[in-house]
Ligand binder design. Structure first.
Ligand code: FE2
Length: 668
């Protein structure tokens, strides 16, 4: 007789336990066990519980290959899914074999698990393992099918109904409940105040202040006081929610004819625009990507969306200040260049149209397209091409948690025809056109912060906290990925021989970047070094980059004049005529304004089941890999402390790349 001891762990989330009968079968090189019941009394309905069970066989099974787990198809109680987290098997030879599962099982379902050391496809020698590996991917490709959302955009997960998404890809019960509560809270509050469908304009800024019903962050409380200030306006290009547009300006674009005379009053004594451009003190934000997009029709007219340009100056006091704004790409008499010396209202209006373009760019380009949709492509490729036993599956799967679900919800409620963003300046067709342009412009370098910062000439900009934190975080992620990848791929030949890995990157290239060679994204890997950089980029995009555009919404985007999704009036074509009432009539009406506030509120919120960067459910069993994760966590913790310390001395702290505040994956 031989005895195998199983430690079976139920997930720690709400409703993970079950009263159903469970069965296991062990499969080894020398035979398999009988179908053995794990009594429900041993696991019960508790979450996070570890039950210990014995499986007895006549002879030892040799090397353990697979573990079949089944949930009884017949039971007198109501069906209750069970979340099987992990199973640890101690063999009669006293070896421990670890089987990660992390799946929900319904009544009558079974799952066949692989355990032990992570392997690549060419390392599996046993025919049973080879067959299982193939079958797992066939099944995954049936479950996770690509769908073309729109021509010229990244492909997406084919399932459109969130209720049909596999259970393990969904939100946890607690997050789903919290999400629904927040949505309903916002809707009911707006209905109660009679503004949910109100097309009335705001009578005053005070009225806007009063409508802020929800708990606000300390930083968001400051924005209504600061939004008119030039330094706050400029600060957001470096440390707000859209830090991906600003670049150094060493030569004025030909369509932005700012003269020395225009801006000399705003430069330091004795200097000129030309000199400051040479010194690297002039910067530009250019929203050319918005030019000519079809906008929403309201009251029979298309609402404006200006492809604005704004020139900025870094003062000797190291303060970034706007010095010229043009509200369109074509200079003309009707498209004047606005200056800080114009009337207060003219200058404020000019900045408002820039903020409008920046908000659309922030939400649809930097956030939705460049993080959510790109992260979805990474997740799909992993689920379809890498079996659970693959080392890169184990490394990456925590960075794909909830991404498909969050994006499916976004497609059902946020963007596309009849969705919430129809209330923005861009119609559904405009949203698609903008994201099509975003993909056409996206390059591999732009997703790697060192290259991105260098390409935009921002290496030496003072007080650029996003850059400081992003580069440190990239380096920490890179060191971790380098350790893990080098351990499993000791030489380039392993990378070349891993057909699953090559299919993974090829799918991302074809379905995400549409085979665009000029984007610089690879379609295959030749070396370990290439693989390390790419995997670092995948993790950085799904975690840090997303945090940089998501978490600050709660602070910067809830104040309507700082983040208008729609403006009702065209930009001024002459100076000197506008009044403060004109500005109020330009701002989004009550229903649209409060919709964008509530979106920023419930999307930028940290949810209860938040998992910070580097906290992983156990997938690896090799002590070396577990130690690498520990080292990674220690590095992240050191960075976190340094960022907290730095922020203590700042009037406006930069909070979003503190590793403790960065979520592992795109979850909302
Ligand atoms: Fe997000």
């Amino acid at each position: 007789m031989a005895e195998y001891t199983l430690s079976v762990t139920t997930g720690a989330m709400l409703h993970a336990g079950t009263f159903d009968n469970l069965f296991v079968t062990l499969v080894g090189t020398e035979g398999q066990s009988g179908r053995t019941q794990l009594t429900s009394a041993g696991l019960g309905n508790d979450t996070g519980k570890v039950g210990t069970f014995a499986v007895t066989t006549a002879f030892t099974l040799g090397c353990l290959l697979l573990l079949k787990v089944e949930k009884d198809p017949f039971h007198e109680f109501k069906d209750q899914d069970w979340f099987c987290a992990t199973i640890l098997v101690r063999t009669p030879e006293k070896d421990d074999v670890f089987f990660p599962c992390y799946k929900w099982l319904s009544r009558g379902e079974l799952v066949m698990l692989r355990g032990g050391r992570a392997t690549k496809v060419f390392e599996d020698m046993h025919p049973r393992l080879k067959k299982h590996r193939k079958e797992e991917l066939v099944q995954q490709k049936l479950t996770y099918k690509w769908d073309e959302y729109a021509e010229g955009m990244p492909y997406v997960f084919s399932i459109k109904d969130v209720n049909r998404i596999p259970t393990e890809a969904r939100y946890s019960f607690s997050k789903a409940a919290e999400f629904a509560y927040r949505q309903n809270y916002a809707k009911e509050e707006l209905s109660e105040k009679g503004i949910r469908y109100s097309t009335e304009r705001w009578e005053s800024f005070e009225a806007m202040m009063k409508v802020s019903w929800f708990p606000r962050s300390p930083l968001s409380e400051m924005v209504p006081q600061l939004w008119r200030n030039d330094d706050f306006f400029a600060y957001q290009f470096l440390n707000g929610v859209n830090v991906y547009v600003i670049r150094r300006c060493s030569e004025l674009p030909s369509n932005f004819p700012v003269t020395e005379d225009m801006v000399s009053p705003f430069l330091d004594n004795g200097t000129t625009l030309t000199k400051e451009m040479e010194r690297g003190n002039i910067f530009i934000v250019d929203y050319k990507i918005m030019e000519g997009l079809p906008t929403t029709i309201m009251d029979g007219k298309r609402v404006p969306l200006t492809a604005a340009l704004c020139l900025l100056y870094m003062t000797p006091e190291k303060k970034l200040m706007p010095i010229a704004i043009q509200l369109g790409q074509t200079p003309s008499k009707d498209n004047p260049i606005f200056l800080p010396s114009d009337s207060e209202v003219d200058w404020l209006l000019a900045k408002l149209y820039v903020r409008h373009a920046d908000t659309i760019s922030s939400q649809l380009v930097s956030h939705l397209h460049n993080t959510h949709l790109i992260a979805e492509v990474f997740a799909m490729a992993t689920l379809r091409n890498l079996p659970m036993i693959h080392p890169l599956y184990k490394l990456l799967i925590p960075h794909h948690r909830s991404t498909l679900y969050a994006n499916t919800i976004a497609r059902a409620t946020l963007y596309g025809p009849g969705r919430a963003l129809d209330n923005s300046a861009l119609s559904a067709e405009g949203q698609v056109q903008l994201m099509r342009r975003a993909l056409a412009q996206l390059t591999y370098h732009s997703l790697c912060p060192h290259k991105d910062i260098a390409a935009r000439g921002l290496e030496a900009v003072p007080n650029f906290y996003y850059r400081d934190d992003a580069l440190r975080l990239w380096n920490i992620i890179h060191s971790f990925v380098k350790a893990v990848v080098s351990y499993y791929y000791p030489s380039d030949s392993e990378v070349l021989a891993d057909s699953e890995l090559q299919e993974w990157v090829a799918e991302i290239f074809n379905y995400g970047f549409l085979g665009n060679i000029s984007s610089g994204f690879p379609s295959s890997f030749q070396t370990v070094e290439e693989l390390i950089k790419y995997v670092t980029m995948v993790i950085f995009t799904a975690s840090a980059r997303h945090a940089s555009v998501n978490m600050g919404q709660m602070n910067y985007l809830v104040w309507i004049p700082n983040a208008p999704l729609l403006l009702h009036r065209p930009p001024p074509s002459v100076k000197g005529n506008a009044t403060m009432d004109d500005l109020l009539l330009t701002l989004p009406n009550k229903s649209i304004g409060t919709l964008s506030m509530s979106l920023a509120w419930f999307l930028g919120k940290k949810y209860d089941d938040f998992v910070p960067l580097g906290q992983y459910p156990q997938h690896f069993s090799e002590p070396a890999a577990l130690k690498m994760i520990e080292d990674f966590q220690a590095e992240l913790s050191t960075l976190s402390k340094a960022i907290v310390k730095r922020n203590k001395d700042l009037d406006l702290p930069y909070l979003y790349l503190n590793p403790k505040e960065v979520e592992n994956s795109v979850t909302i």
